[in-house]
Design a protein around this ligand. Structure first.
Ligand code: ADP
Length: 552
C-alpha cells in the first residue's frame, strides 16, 4: 500500500467537534491538541460531528435527533439545580422528605419576595432570643453569577432588592488562611442522570478573597466574596499576600497538603463534600430522559472554621477562562479528562459505518458489529483502538504533530474532491469510498461477530445491560450496544478516568437502586447507613473506606 493511500484511509476517522458561539477558547485548543477536527457547517452535515459544546441549553430537537456516536455537553433541565432559587427549593423539599440531618449542608435560605413573611418571622425570632448574636445574611439575585448584585447585611433595614433574590444565612465563621476567606470550585461531571452516574474531579480550584476577612466591613467585596471575576480587579490581587502568595488561587493539591501539614484530615473533609454532591444531585433526579449527554457542573463549597463544608451554589458552565497559570494547569487537564470520560473509543467507528450504511441505502449496521467489522476487516483504516491510542498519545508532542500533519494532508485532499463535487460533503464522499469495497468483508465480519458476541455476552449479561439503557432510542440496539459511560468489561461505570473519580453509584446497593429508575429512598437509606457508621477515632476515619463513601 502506498503511504498516501494509507494516510487517506487512516484519516477517515478523525473525531469532529462542533462549538457554538462564545465557547471558551480552551475547549477548541484541547480538542485540536487531541487530533480532533472542527465541524464545518458548509462542508458537513448534522450527523458528521461527535461532540457539540454550547454554553446554553440545547433545543429538545437536538436531543431527539442525537446519533449514537454523538454527545451533547448539556442535559435538558440541568438548570433545576443551577438557579439559586430552584436549588434552594429542591434542597428544602429533600430536607422535608428525608430529614434535616443529611440535608443540613446548605445555609438556610428564603426566596424573595415569596418568602418575605417567613424571613421576617425567622429574623424576629433570632433578634428576640436573649444572648444570641444576630445573624449575618447574604442577598443574591437568583439568576446572576460572578458575585454580581450581592449584598451582605445584619440589620433588616439594609435589605433592598428589585428582582427575585435569595436571602441566605451568611457563614460568618469561614475557614481562613492567613486571615483570607476561601471557597472551593469543585468540578463534577454527570455522565448520566438515568442511571445516575457521578464523577468528581480530584483537582480543582481554591479561590481566595484578596483582602482580610472582617465582619466590620460587610460592604468590602474583596474581603467577603471569593469570585475571581471580582478579586482580579482588587488592589491586592497582584501583590504578594503572606501565606497565600500572588493572585487569588491555589490548586486542591496545594490546599490538601496545607491541611495535612496543619493536622487536618483532608480525606474526611472530601468524603463529606462527595456526600454533598450526591445528595444535591439526588434532589433533582430524575431529569427528563435524554441519551448521550453529560453535564459539567461547578460546585461552590465553603468550609467553616470547624471544617464543615457548606454548599453555596451549583454553576452551569463553570468558568473555563484562563486568568492565571493555575487555571491553565487545572482546566486544560480537566477538559482532556472529560473527553476521555466520554469514552469515544468505539463511537467514531459507529458513525463511519452507520452513516455510510444509511447513505448507501443498506440496512443499519448494529453498533458493535460496525465497530468490530471495521477494526478487523479494513487494514490501514484508523480503527477505534487506534483512535483511542492516538488521542491519549496526543499529550506527546511528536505524535500530535504527526497526527496534525496527516489531518492537514487529508483536509487538503478532501477539499479538492469537494470542489469537484460541490453537492456532496467531504466526509460523505470519504465514507462512500470506504463503504463500497467493504460489503463482502463486512458480511463476513458480521457473521464472525455473531459468534463472538454469543461467547462474550451471556443472556444474564445482556439482561443486566438492558437496565442501563437510558432512552427508548437505545432500545433498538439493546442486544448489541452499551451506553458510553459503561465499561466494556462488566457494564458498570468506569471507576476512574484521569482525575475523575466515580462517586455514584458508590456500592452494589446504590447501583441496584438506580436500575430501572432512581429509587431515591433506598439510596438515601444506604447513605444514612454509611454516615451513621461514624467512626470514633480520626485514624480509623481515614483508613476505613466503604466503597466510595466513608463514614463521616
Ligand atoms: P455567584 O453566582 O454570584 O458567584 P455565589 O452564591 O457563588 O454567587 O456567591 C458568591 C460568593 O459569595 C461566594 O463565592 C462566596 O465567597 C460568597 N458567599 C455566597 N454565599 C455565601 C454564604 N451563604 N456565606 C458566606 N459566603 C457566601
Amino acid at each position: 500500500m502506498m503511504a498516501d493511500d494509507y494516510d487517506t484511509r487512516g484519516l477517515l476517522r478523525p473525531l469532529v467537534f462542533r462549538l457554538h458561539e462564545n465557547v471558551p477558547a480552551i475547549v477548541r485548543e484541547v480538542l485540536l491538541e487531541r487530533g480532533w477536527t472542527e465541524f464545518d457547517k458548509k462542508e458537513q452535515d448534522d450527523t458528521d460531528w461527535n461532540l457539540y459544546w454550547r454554553n446554553s441549553p440545547f433545543r429538545m430537537t437536538d436531543h431527539h435527533s442525537i446519533k449514537p456516536w454523538q454527545r451533547l455537553n448539556h442535559y435538558p433541565e440541568a438548570v433545576r439545580i443551577t438557579r439559586k432559587d430552584y436549588l434552594a427549593r429542591h434542597l428544602k423539599r429533600m430536607k422535608g422528605a428525608y430529614g434535616s440531618g443529611l440535608y443540613e449542608f446548605s445555609p438556610v435560605a428564603f426566596i424573595m419576595p415569596n418568602d418575605y413573611v417567613k424571613f421576617i418571622a425567622e429574623y424576629s425570632k433570632e433578634s428576640q432570643s436573649v444572648g444570641r448574636r444576630p445573624s449575618y445574611w447574604i442577598c443574591k439575585p437568583v439568576d446572576l453569577s460572578c458575585g454580581r448584585g450581592i449584598l451582605i447585611f445584619q440589620d433588616i433595614k439594609d435589605l433592598v432588592y428589585d428582582c427575585t433574590v435569595i436571602v441566605q444565612k451568611y457563614i460568618s465563621n469561614p475557614l481562613l488562611i492567613s486571615g483570607y476567606k476561601l471557597d472551593l470550585r469543585l468540578y463534577v461531571c454527570v455522565t448520566s442522570f438515568c442511571p445516575l452516574t457521578i464523577y468528581t474531579y480530584e483537582e480543582g480550584l481554591v479561590r481566595f478573597a484578596t483582602e482580610k476577612f472582617d465582619l466590620g466591613s460587610l460592604d468590602n467585596v474583596y474581603a467577603h466574596l471569593t469570585n475571581t471575576s471580582i478579586n482580579k480587579y482588587g488592589a491586592s490581587y497582584k501583590k504578594y499576600k503572606e501565606g497565600i502568595g500572588c493572585g487569588c488561587k491555589w490548586t486542591f493539591s496545594k490546599f490538601r497538603s496545607y491541611l495535612r501539614i496543619s493536622g487536618v484530615d483532608d480525606m474526611v473533609l472530601w468524603q463529606k463534600i462527595n456526600n454533598i454532591v450526591i445528595l444535591t444531585l439526588l434532589a433533582v433526579t430524575p431529569l427528563p430522559v435524554a441519551s448521550n449527554c453529560f453535564e459539567l457542573f461547578g460546585f461552590d463549597i465553603l468550609i467553616d472554621d470547624k471544617f464543615k463544608p457548606w454548599l453555596l451554589e451549583v454553576n452551569y458552565n463553570p468558568a473555563l477562562c484562563l486568568d492565571c497559570s493555575i487555571d491553565d494547569t487545572v482546566k486544560r487537564k480537566l477538559l482532556h479528562d472529560i473527553v476521555e470520560l466520554l469514552n469515544y473509543k468505539q463511537t467514531d467507528t459507529f458513525r463511519q459505518n452507520q452513516v455510510a450504511g444509511i447513505k448507501a441505502g443498506r440496512r443499519r449496521v448494529p453498533w458493535s458489529m460496525a465497530g468490530e467489522s471495521a477494526t478487523e476487516e479494513t487494514p490501514g483504516v484508523l480503527t477505534c483502538q487506534k483512535v483511542a491510542k492516538c488521542t491519549s498519545a496526543s499529550f506527546v508532542q511528536p505524535a500530535l504533530q504527526a497526527a496534525r500533519g496527516s489531518i492537514r494532508k487529508v483536509a487538503a485532499l478532501t477539499k479538492k474532491t469537494a470542489r469537484a463535487h460541490p453537492r456532496k460533503t467531504l466526509t460523505s464522499q470519504l465514507r462512500e469510498r470506504m463503504n463500497m469495497p467493504k460489503i463482502p468483508s463486512q458480511a463476513k465480519a458480521e457473521a464472525k461477530n455473531k459468534q463472538f458476541q454469543g461467547a462474550r455476552y451471556s443472556s444474564h449479561k445482556s439482561a443486566q445491560l438492558s437496565h442501563w439503557l437510558p432512552t427508548p432510542d437505545f432500545c433498538n440496539y439493546k442486544s448489541t450496544t452499551r451506553p458510553y459511560f459503561l465499561s466494556d468489561k462488566d457494564q458498570r461505570p468506569i471507576p476512574r478516568v484521569g482525575d475523575f473519580v466515580l462517586i455514584f453509584p458508590f456500592n452494589e446497593a446504590a447501583l441496584q437502586a438506580c436500575r430501572g429508575g432512581t429509587d431515591t429512598k433506598s439510596i438515601i437509606k444506604e447513605i444514612n447507613k454509611l454516615v451513621s457508621k461514624r467512626l470514633p477515632s480520626k485514624q480509623q476515619n481515614t483508613k476505613k473506606r466503604v466503597g466510595y463513601l466513608t463514614s463521616v
